[in-house]
Design a protein around this ligand. Structure first.
Ligand code: FNR
Length: 376
């Protein structure tokens, strides 16, 4: 990811290593906090799946260089930021971009810093726009980069939005990682001010707390992806790159996406969620907990294949088409014709998710009885 430390070659090697290590974490059907949320089944409240509208609106505020507005996405999930910059990750980006084009999914790339410092690496990102000229594309930069990188990153991809990732836990475990996080909020503010398109601030799998979301709102950031714990684990990935694995002690650090959504302040930036999304049911759980749309990284990377081999896009297209069908079916089962109607489902929490929410003062009783609130 974004740490500026290390030579260009070392950073490129890290990209390939991240892909291998992320894929090696998959499988095993591990529990995560999406399993700690149940919907109350209402046997007679369902709607016709044909009537379900999967579209979502992502509202953003005005910035110094763009007006306020709202994006309309036809599907409530997207390909989250992963990679680019080496021969292998260029192939992966190409297959992801083809699948995004064929399915209409919005797509982010991995951190483009490597391409801003090295023209050869730029192709590995530009390929996303070449394969998908009309799609919704997000560029990605790490916090701490110079503000002048924001317009360069956006230009490289003709991007519609810029993701800025904050990844203090990853940097802490990364052998060559940064140890000074003191200027990050200023850096986010500067990158957002310099960006010609709306900025989405995201975590990378450790969550954005109520306090973090408030600080972002205070500096005018209007979209945030809480990207929580429970999926691709960058603590484990960076720790595996150490000889002695000294940072294993931080295992389990951070909050899950659902914990972040339920703990979010009111008002909050427009919330996107990611981290540990394995199925369409996880997508719907995040939407019902307050996300406007849901990012998927590791699960979609696994569908493409470890080398971005030809045919990877076809497998991802089939998976996404199936997810759309099943997302629609779950909306119908829950009696929701739209994403907003999911906010009237009753949510029951248990396990670690319940403990976290109870300690943070989330009203568990109100969540469990949302369907009985008078409708506005
Ligand atoms: C990532 N992720 C990521 N995020 C980011 O903002 N910039 C980046 O460069 C990367 N790089 C990256 C590489 C690989 C191989 C993976 C799998 C992921 C993090 C990603 O966007 C997401 O926040 C987390 O992976 C959690 O989501 P999943 O993987 O559990 O769906």
């Amino acid at each position: 990811m974004h740490s500026d430390l290390g030579t260009g070659d070392a950073r490129a090697a890290r990209k390939d290593e991240h892909v291998d290590l992320a894929l090696s974490q998959r499988g095993g059907g591990a529990h995560n906090e999406f399993d700690d949320l149940d919907f109350v089944h209402q046997a007679l409240a369902g709607v016709d799946a044909e009537r379900v509208d999967l579209g979502v609106g992502i509202a953003f505020g005005a910035g110094p260089q763009h007006a306020a507005g709202e994006w309309h996405w036809e599907t409530p999930f997207y390909v989250n930021g992963m990679t680019g910059g080496t021969a292998r990750t260029t192939r992966i980006n190409r297959e992801l971009a083809i699948a995004a084009r064929e399915t209409g999914l919005p797509m982010a790339c991995g951190s483009v810093s490597v391409a801003l410092d090295d023209a050869d690496a730029a192709r590995g990102f530009a390929v996303i726009r070449e394969e998908n000229p009309d799609g919704f594309v997000m560029a990605n930069l790490g916090v701490g980069r110079p503000a002048s990188d924001a317009p360069r990153a956006v230009e490289l991809l003709g991007a519609n939005a810029l993701q800025v990732h904050v990844n203090a836990v990853q940097e802490t475990a990364m052998p060559e990682g940064s140890r000074d996080f003191s200027a990050w909020i200023t850096s986010v503010e500067q990158l957002a001010a310099a960006s010609p398109v709306p900025v989405i601030v995201k975590e990378v799998g450790f969550g954005l707390s109520r306090g973090a979301l408030r600080r972002l709102a205070d500096i005018g950031v209007t979209i945030a992806d809480v990207s929580g714990r429970g999926g691709t684990d960058f603590l484990q990935i960076e720790n595996a790159r150490r000889v002695a694995g000294e940072y294993a002690m931080l295992t389990g650090f951070g909050q899950s996406a659902l914990a972040c959504l339920l703990d979010a302040p009111h008002p909050a930036p427009t919330l996107l969620a990611s981290g540990g999304v394995r199925t369409p049911l996880d997508v719907v759980k995040a939407l019902a907990s307050g996300a406007q749309a849901v990012g998927v990284a590791g699960t979609f990377l696994a569908a493409i294949g470890s080398d971005g081999e030809a045919g990877g896009a076809e497998r991802l297209v089939a998976l996404v088409d199936d997810w759309k069908l099943r997302t629609r079916a779950i909306y119908a089962l829950l009696g929701a014709a739209t994403r907003d109607e999911l906010l009237a489902t009753d949510l029951i929490l248990r396990g670690r998710l319940r403990e976290f929410c109870a300690d943070r003062g989330v009203d568990l009783g109100a969540l469990a009885l949302r369907s009985e609130r008078p409708r506005a």
